[in-house]
Design a protein around this ligand. Sequence first.
Ligand code: DGJ
Length: 725
Amino acid sequence: MSIRFIEQTKTFKLDSKTSTYMFGIFEGNYLVHYYYGAPIPDEDVTELRFRPNFASFCPDSPTAMVQNFSPDVTPLEYSTFGTGDFRLSAFAVENSDGNKVTDLRYVSHKIYKGKEPIPGMPSLYLNNEDEADTLEIVTEDKATGVRATLIYTVFNDYGAITRRVKVENPTDKPFYIDTIHSACVDFPGKDYEMLDLYGRWVKERALERYPLHRGIQSIKSKRGSSSHNHNPFTAIISKGTTEDYGDCYGFNLVYSSNFSIDVEVDAFASTRLVMGINPDGFKWYLEPGEEFYSPEAVMVYTNQGLGEMSRIFHRLYGNNLIRGQWKKAKRPLLINNWEGTGMDFDHDKLVSFAHHAKDIGLEMLVMDDGWFGKRDDDKSSLGDWKVAEYKLQKGLSGLIKEVNNCGLKFGIWFEPEMISPDSDIYREHPDWCLHTEGRDKSIARTQYVIDYSRKEVREHIYGMMHDILSSNNIDYVKWDFNRNLTEVSCAQLPKERQGEVFHRFVLGTYESMDRLTKDFPHILLENCSGGGGRFDPGMLYYSPQIWTSDNTDPIERLTIQFGTSLCYPTSTMGAHVSASRRAGYETKMNVALWGSFGYELDPDKLTAEEKAEITAQIALYHKYYDVIHYGDLYRLITPFEDAFRVAWEHVSEDKNEALVTVVQMRHPYDEFFMLKLKGLDPEKVYVEQESGKKYSGAYLMNAGLNLTYKPNGDGASFRIHLIAE
Ligand code: DGJ
């Protein structure tokens, strides 16, 4: 068992492959956190709790009158509000008396093999019971009877632990959950750096890294989606951590709505992180007998730097988050018409797309926005999911038949959670969009958001989607989401439940995605939100790939893909070659190969030379698919550290094959350039496929390749393909 309760010291010990996590039951049944870091043997760790104490202003606990113990300075396993710990609260309820004083203490625990799913929510799953063990700790607030069960799962083969919380109301009075974080971790000291992924539309997931300072530093969303602006990911790392060295604690929330990650360094130089649903705009009314489930937090620890942290996330998500028939299967090589045509297309145009696409070796045509209602621009028709026959003159089935006859599969675009004011559905049900009585409705991209917290509304939308998907030969769906939520209230909920709407909305989205994947298991679902505005593990549970960004310029894409790779695997990143002009097709391909590859251009406009080049690229895509998609990623030179060139490498699991890609973002004027590779077997001899030259793994990793005379103009790129003898 990877989880044990050590009776003598009343300590829980959670051992993963690369980490030990320890906390225990202290005087007064407080749960006290002792240790999280590299593996340590079974030892008495209880003295690790000691922190400086300042008697007058750090209250004692009447139930644990122990010297040097105050909730305010003790590393608490799951902190609560109002009973002596003035730092960040992981949990607070507003009880039936109207105050928020909350105090959870240990009641009982159980340890078992396996892991339970969270009803109605995405979470990591097991392929077999032996992969993980789970610890459930029941805690209770004596004065009110509120119960919270802290649930930990240790993944034996990875340095990963998941955490979540279940709240129950076994009393006869309702209460509000005011704050519920999925994870709370206290760190000794303050000498850490925080790393997170910020962005905006067409500039997603850039890396921000800064030393922790005293006070609170936060990343959050209150947009009703995980957002372009901040990803629900952070890493707390030791100072000076690199790709290969240093303590890394990676945190990622399996949630696609309002999240919050707060890190506080207190006056005594201790650090606490809490991560969960953003308390801003959240308040959940729990009636007697009801339960509430927090989203799941994923925690990864390694002392081998950011590169290894990412590889643990990648392996974990590849095996225990991504589901369905497309989990490991080779994804279809698609062409999407969005950048090629926008909404200006008809039957003939798409059929011509299909013929050209087939000629150059593509496998699927995805028809993007503009095929329904009266949709000629972004001002109308969202919600009218009926084919626009003035554009698709032979109907959807007529179009799909011809595309299939060309030998291509067919994919389609939806934006199910949105409604245009100029639509039949809005004219019929103006109250179906999110709105607040008596206020103007904010409009964005000329659209409103459908209230997905309402069952009958999402049933109606799903019904229309179901009709289309069940009566046509469709193999792929792109699920888009092009604005954020405003005026969030629900006409059908009583006033005490208005704080639930954001969360109910995302539960509604999850329910619809779950139905879609169950009703049509063969369909490859790709998520999208104006590019990568909902790139989070919650979405990855339903869709094995997500459109990474609307920015398809290969140079701009580099920061986006490097940032995304911090915790999301290669196969999840939708990456297309487009007609963007900043670099040639060689570089566009080299960058897009690092993802779920495809094309996003008008093939009718390609010259004969470009077509031949793309056909040759497609052969390379097939050749490198396995090493890229099933191999391990090493970021060799990142754009966050080098302004001139970047390099990355995929190495097969058996270390017999490696593909290195170098992109010259700007010309560095004849700088000497040595590149040391990583992750190879030092004992093996590798043959460089283009030149036939042989190198030992040790040479490649320690001396490196002298690439000074490789192509190095602005936007140039090249690959080095190595296969072991
Ligand atoms: C935003 C997406 O990111 C694009 O790829 C495209 O699908 C448009 N929406 C369509 O409106």
